[in-house]
Write a protein that binds this ligand. Structure first.
Ligand code: UD1
Length: 419
């Protein structure tokens, strides 16, 4: 297993290019299942979750060609309807194959994702929506077994704006008979990107970006080309890396409209942010100030940037309160930050962070994808050496992280874990 070793204390400087959004690429790749014809997908991040999705699609019978962020997929000959436990357990987003398989082939057998480090993460809303569209669903032997001769359009009100739930139902509705109206849907920009791709394939979708989406079902979708939107979580992570190290960074190729809530909170911490033609520049010369943050569905502050923001707040002057409202277990980075000298108290969904003058490097353990990013940021700012183990979590979602940070002046390297 790999470890990442960081010697902290260097301000980051230079320009970093943002890659394609993992959370847009995954549903877009899954959406290739919805019909024949070549789908050319460009700007796909080279991260492990993408390789896992490609492996799953190949297993289902999709022909996948290409590499280095550019793939051509053809799902003409898809026959298998089974997404096995071995793949689903390594990536929950495999659930995104459920809607497309059911709509296209009339059947899907997808392993039920178990709980994960950050919460129980049920998929009841995905299943209830599909049932309302006429699917018969049974959960047995750890698998969701769904069947429907042809899904029927329906009116579905989601109890919570689930992101992948919204995506699954949109994809299923594209091939359903009649019109589906989805209320209280998630409004994350990645859903907009998925809908843009589906529309290019011939889907009829209205209301994208609002909380009600209407889909008129069509018989079949055709091939299309698509360039995946930039990753807003990667964008936010690099902005925070600039902020925590007192650096001067240009984050190039991002869409600032997608990170409004993040820029607002960063501004409260006292950093300089300027929008330039190629991206956003962040600069910090003075000390960081505390800020109160609450994670919320988009356009609120993203839960996927909570751990990184907590690292930042741990060296800000004053006391910050960070409230996590999306995932009940998403504070696993707190004990690791304690090991680096942070002062954080957790009370239910709230973390009260009293800023300390400096963090000190320590051996720490990554627990999930974004928590690991928080530890990397803490390590960049800490005095001395931080060694982060279990970095396979980071590899799921961050493209060339050490390379990109190294090019900005960070002292960071990947090593094999010693016994
Ligand atoms: C997606 C993102 C993930 C991000 C999360 C929240 C992808 C591949 N992953 O995950 O990076 O952290 O959105 O922005 O895009 N819930 C239910 N029942 C359901 C579905 C969800 O109760 O059927 C609950 C979850 O337990 C959680 C909340 O709803 O508390 C939000 O989850 P959801 O939006 O579904 O997250 P994901 O789509 O899994």
């Amino acid at each position: 297993m790999d470890q990442i070793c960081i010697i902290g204390g260097r301000p980051l400087e230079g320009t970093v290019q943002v890659g394609g959004a993992k959370n847009a690429a995954l549903p877009i790749l899954a959406a290739c299942l919805l019909g024949g014809g070549d789908c050319e997908i460009d700007h796909v991040p080279q991260v492990r979750d993408v390789s896992t999705m490609v492996k799953l699609l190949q297993l289902l019978g999709v022909i996948v060609q290409g590499q280095c962020g550019k793939y051509t997929l053809n799902a003409e000959t898809v026959q298998s309807v089974v997404a096995p436990y071995e793949l689903v357990k390594t990536m929950r987003a495999s659930i995104l194959s459920l809607g497309p398989l059911l709509a296209r082939l009339g059947e899907a057998k997808v392993s039920l994702p178990g709980g994960c480090a950050i919460g129980t993460r049920p998929v009841n809303l995905h299943l209830r929506g599909l049932e309302m569209m006429g699917a018969e669903i049974q959960v047995e032997h750890g698998y969701i077994h769904a069947k429907a001769a042809r899904l029927q359009g329906a009116r579905i009100d989601l109890d919570f704006p689930t992101v992948t739930g919204t995506e699954n139902l949109i994809m299923a509705a594209c091939l359903a008979e009649g019109t589906t109206t989805l209320h209280n849907v998630a409004r994350e920009p990645e859903i907009g990107d998925l809908c843009a791709f589906l529309t290019k394939r011939g889907a009829k979708i209205h209301g994208v970006g609002t909380d009600t989406i209407t889909i008129e079902g069509v018989r079949a979708l055709h091939g299309a080309r698509h360039w995946v939107m930039p990753d807003r979580v990667e964008t936010g992570t690099y902005l925070m890396a600039g902020a925590i190290t007192g650096g001067n960074l240009m984050v190039r190729g991002c869409i600032t409209d997608h990170i409004g809530s993040v820029l607002k909170k960063l501004q409260e911490t006292g950093v300089d942010l300027t929008e330039e033609s190629e991206g956003v520049r962040i600069r910090r010369t003075g000390s960081l100030r505390s800020a109160d943050i609450k994670t919320l569905p988009y356009p609120g502050f993203p839960t996927d940037l909570q751990a990184q923001m907590m690292a930042l707040m741990s060296i800000a002057e004053g006391t910050s309160v960070l409230t996590e409202t999306i995932f009940e277990g998403r504070f696993l980075h707190v004990p690791e930050l304690h090991r680096m000298g942070a002062s954080i108290e957790v009370d239910g969904p709230h973390a009260v962070i009293k800023g300390v003058a400096t963090l000190t490097g320590a051996p720490v353990m990554a627990s999930d994808l974004r928590a690991s990013a928080g530890l990397v940021l803490a390590g960049l700012a800490a005095e001395g050496e931080t060694v982060i183990s279990r970095v396979y979590h980071l590899d799921r979602g961050y493209e060339k992280l050490e390379e990109k940070l190294g090019a900005l002046g960070a002292n960071i390297k990947r090593m094999r874990e010693t016994a």
